[in-house]
Design a protein around this ligand. Structure first.
Ligand code: FMN
Length: 186
């Protein structure tokens, strides 16, 4: 799939076919993540691939709903079922010590954000689907997966073959609203 088509058609996928992800496709996904740029090329990330059913079910239980979902009427995290039902879940972790902090901005979040978008787009290109799940009980998840105390979990990615092709998605603001020229507000 051509890059711009992937960018235009990528969606959050939360329903999957009952079909495993082939090892070579998983490898390609992880390769896409590995090639992401990062602060001083420090590559502060680690990724845990979880396939065990009982672990995925516990991870699903650890996703929760935050106040920012409430206005949309969600009572549970919209990705909760996806975490239990996807053939695999990729847990994206970061070592903040291995990335920079500049003027109070921790760049490990940026590093992981970029790597995550590589994963998301690569999934699209491979005919797979995923969604960034950013709301979960981090400490309990670390206990479950044996993640050391100095490591932060940034996102969870349930990955599988999409159950349906999503035509549209949530609307985006027009460029006229988000792009200024030369100075703020113009
Ligand atoms: C940082 C981040 C955290 C997110 N966390 C969640 C989440 O916890 N649960 C969920 O269902 N979707 C989550 N999403 C998915 C967004 O809701 C989704 O990307 C957005 O609504 C746009 O839809 P689209 O991805 O289909 O274009 C997250 C996305 C990002 C970038």
């Amino acid at each position: 799939m051509e890059l711009f088509e992937a960018i235009q058609t990528r969606r959050s996928v939360r329903k999957f076919q009952d079909k495993p992800v082939e090892d070579d496709k998983l490898l390609q996904l992880l390769e896409a993540v590995r090639m992401a740029p990062s602060w001083a090329n420090m590559q502060c990330w680690s990724f845990i691939v979880v396939k065990e059913k009982s672990k995925k079910e516990t991870i699903s239980e650890l996703s929760y709903v935050e106040s920012f979902f409430a206005p949309k009427g969600y009572k549970v995290n919209p990705a909760k079922k996806a975490l239990a039902e996807a053939p695999l879940v990729i847990v994206a972790c970061a070592d903040p010590e291995k990335s920079g902090v500049l003027w109070d901005q921790p760049y490990y979040m940026t590093d992981l954000g970029i790597a995550s978008q590589n994963l998301w787009l690569a999934a699209r290109g491979l005919g797979l689907g995923t969604v960034f799940v950013g709301v979960f009980e981090e400490r309990k998840l670390c206990e479950l997966l044996g993640i050391p105390q100095n490591i932060r979990v940034v996102g969870l990615f349930p990955v599988g073959y999409p159950l349906e092709e999503k035509a549209g998605g949530p609307p985006r603001k027009p460029l006229s609203e988000i792009v200024f020229h030369e100075t703020w507000g113009r």
